[in-house]
Design a protein around this ligand. Structure first.
Ligand SMILES: NC(=O)c1ccc[n+]([C@@H]2O[C@H](COP(=O)([O-])OP(=O)(O)OC[C@H]3O[C@@H](n4cnc5c(N)ncnc54)[C@H](O)[C@@H]3O)[C@@H](O)[C@H]2O)c1
Length: 384
């Protein structure tokens, strides 16, 4: 007898959610996209697969649950709706893959963890780097003690973001939206991935990330149209006393900046970049290694793993525990003052496709900081 395929409901399909629609309709992922929830009444104009496949669209999750259900909910809605939506899905007996960041308070994350335990349905988070098999292989080696204790970590990563990005919704670049915290920033959202991956790599078990104790933060805003910061230079201390430096920014000249990471251990130094092989290491005895023999997996490995978990009951590795340190860190960082960048350093740039602000020599300044393990003001760099 043939088994029924998992039924997927996608919540929020007009932004990043379009990639999920594409993945679920252009190839066989072993599941059916049977419904979409989205408040946009014109969604079908932007997502052609809705008409082609005659996928029913509900304006709210309540409207969906009044008529139907699913085996897996994929939540790609704005961050400030995640908690309510996750809880609703779990309470309706539906497993959840929720996009990152899961939420903005440790308390809400704990409530979701509890609901998952109570209902027996899994909750996993859409940090795609955690699902990469080379990242998981590296983590296994770290846990096996192959490199000794971690001593120092420094990473920089930025995406250029301009008017199109900030105008795409009512929460981009905002600290609050309609009375709810959103804390939207490169560190909270677009460039959260590499920081979260570091905490995941350094976590004490395969499912957990390392706890963050404190942060020294320098936050700047170059784009005068946004509320929150768009440049962050951050020195974290983990609960084990490990310094973890993270630099991220949106007002940069190039479309992508990094990621470049240097992870120093007692017995090895591991670097990573966008180039292949992504992770390269040198042991203290000079021998080199990398993870090029490990297939990282599919682009939408997170979705494949979540679909498989519906049948296996074995939740993917990236659960709430893997997101908690980032959630905590976002709040610690957000408590710091935001300094406007001096206007003579900020250049408005117009291109055929977008308008954006860029800060003169920002990338070079922050690389200089990363190389010197410093925050800008410690090197006499005055952005504000
Ligand atoms: N993993 C990644 O690489 C990645 C990349 C981009 C975005 N994201 C995450 O995806 C999520 C969504 O981001 P986005 O940029 O697509 O946001 P967006 O605001 O641009 O789009 C969200 C979609 O949700 C819909 N929506 C809004 N409120 C809703 C509600 N109450 N109920 C149902 N639908 C609603 C909107 O109409 C829209 O279609 C965020 O958590 C974001 O961080 C992840």
């Amino acid at each position: 007898m043939s088994k029924t395929r998992p039924r997927v409901v996608l919540v929020g399909a007009g932004g990043y959610g379009r990639l999920y629609v594409e993945a679920l309709t252009s190839q066989d992922m072993g599941a059916e996209l049977t419904a979409i929830c989205d408040i946009d009444p014109n969604l079908a104009e932007r997502v052609p697969q809705i008409r082609q496949r005659q996928i029913p669209v509900y304006p709210t999750l309540d409207a969906f649950f009044a008529k139907d259900s699913a085996d897996l909910a994929v939540l790609v809605s704005p961050v400030h709706f995640h908690t309510d939506m996750v809880l609703s899905c779990l309470e309706h007996g539906v497993n959840v893959l929720c996009e990152k960041p899961l939420c903005l308070t440790v308390k809400e994350a704990a409530a979701m963890q509890e609901a998952s335990k109570k209902t027996g349905k899994f909750l996993c988070i859409g940090y795609q780097l955690n699902y990469r098999r080379d990242v998981q292989a590296l983590k296994r080696d770290i846990l096996l003690g192959r490199f000794g204790k971690a001593k120092h970590i420094a990473v920089y990563h930025g995406f250029r973001r301009g008017a199109a990005y900030y105008a795409r919704n009512n929460w981009a670049g905002r600290i609050t939206c309609q009375g709810r915290e959103v804390f939207d920033s490169p560190f909270t959202n677009a460039c959260a991935h590499h920081f979260q991956m570091l905490t995941f790599l350094l976590g004490p078990t395969m499912r957990t990330a390392c706890d963050i104790e404190s942060v020294q933060a320098e936050l700047y805003r170059a784009n005068p149209t946004i509320e929150n910061y768009d440049i962050a230079a951050l020195r974290f201390q983990t609960a084990q006393g490990l310094p973890l430096l993270y630099y991220t920014a949106h007002p940069i000249r190039t479309e992508f900046w990094g990621p470049v990471g240097v992870l120093e251990f007692e017995n090895a130094t591991i670097t990573y970049t966008r180039e292949k092989p992504v992770f390269r290491g040198v042991m203290a005895d000079g021998s080199a290694f990398d993870y090029s023999d490990v297939d990282p997996g599919a682009d939408m490995q997170k979705l494949m793993d979540a679909i498989q978990a519906v049948d296996s009951g074995d939740p993917p590795l990236c659960g709430v525990e893997a997101d908690l340190p980032h959630i905590h860190a976002v709040r610690l960082v957000q408590q710091n003052p935001i300094t406007p960048v001096r206007s003579e350093l900020v250049q408005p740039v117009h291109t055929d496709t977008d308008d954006f602000y860029c800060v003169k020599n920002l990338e070079q300044m922050l690389v200089h900081c990363a190389e010197n393990r410093a925050l800008p003001s410690e090197l006499g760099i005055q952005l504000g």
